[in-house]
Design a protein around this ligand. Sequence first.
Ligand code: PLP
Length: 430
Amino acid sequence: MSTVLDKLKNAEECTWINPNLKAAKEALESIEFNAEDVADAAARLERFAPLIMHYFPETKETNGIIESPLTEIKNMKAVLNEEGAALTGKLFLKRDSDLKVAGSVKARGGVYEVLKHSEDLALEAGLLKGYDDDYLKLGTAEAREFFSQYKIQVGSTGNLGMSIGIMSAALGYNAIVHMSMDAKQWKKDLLRSRGATVIEYEGDYGKAVEQGRAESDADPKSYFVDDENSSALFLGYAVAAGRMDKQFKEQGVVVDADHPLFVYIPCGVGGAPGGVAFGEKLMYGDNVHVFFVEPTQCPCMVVGLATGKMSDICVQDIGLTGITEADGLAVGRPSGLVSRFMDVLLSGEFTVEDAKLNPYCRKLWKSEGLYIEPSSCATFIAPSRISVCSEAQKYLEAHGLTDKMDNATHIVWATGGSMVPQEIRDKILG
Ligand SMILES: *Cc1c(COP(=O)(O)O)cnc(C)c1O
């Protein structure tokens, strides 16, 4: 383990296999959320579907459910294999890059938390009579007037702010997004165009969160979305697995003891990948193997997990800068809540150099005609690592998977992209 820590300190790409991974049943029992909580979140999203459709007509196709396509990427698999990977089985892209409303994985958790808070407020005020009431009532002028007395605030490197800002502004709230220095200009511009207030900080994500939280806490009519500890965000993300299972069935993908599933997700503070991972483990237990990917200069989750210090350590503590082009992953300290869960659920992590992000982005565009944002391209390191590096080979052996890899399904989780303006895409795609 010390060798992994040395590599992390030196900002070298590395593989970390989680020595604390537990059998799924035992791991899930140690976590304070369960399948019922995820079902409750899924039901809440169903209740809100008519209102989502009302404000975001682009969700009509899916009846107000914000869900993304699952696409097999054979050409990209061939490209990765030409470049040294030895991946067998099927490779899919889970395209949360194309989620409606916010254009990133944050359209799951972020939107969910705003809706949950709105439901709470509306029930308390009698605007909704109960769960079976008509949720379109929350789209009336009267409801907007009601929500406009309240603030929703969040600290963000970009995408979480977009989902919270877009959704809360749409409902009529006074939305305030505290953006770290890593946040891209176009994200701030877009938010302002939707009516959200954007406050910019010189400092990193931690600073933006701290300030946002302090301002929100000082105002009784303000609600703070706490990316570092939010259970609502976590459960909103966890809904993904059940929906993906339906897509698997439609596409004939089998997950069982002989057909392992590998899921690779880029990690920032941990909420999005952690929630998705939790949902996947609930769904597929020991047959799913979840790996996170982080930038070499900002691998906060693996630093927290590998040292056992969780959110009591940040990347700067081991001499890293925390600075990365992967704006969505530019978080120096992991979520305390999520790191505790991942300690027993996560199979491992891979770190990746920034220099690989744009090339992956171009390769995906050229081979598949799909665009995802650079942060989200970090995960393309995973298919080669899992199929080649010695640490991963040992993991596969230890789990009796070596001779099952021809039957494996690999999911690269694309976490953002559809809202990136054309001129910025052009710059990256060259
Ligand atoms: C937010 C984000 C992630 C990671 O989510 P966390 O909850 O911060 O771990 C990954 N990719 C993109 C593009 C993101 O916006």
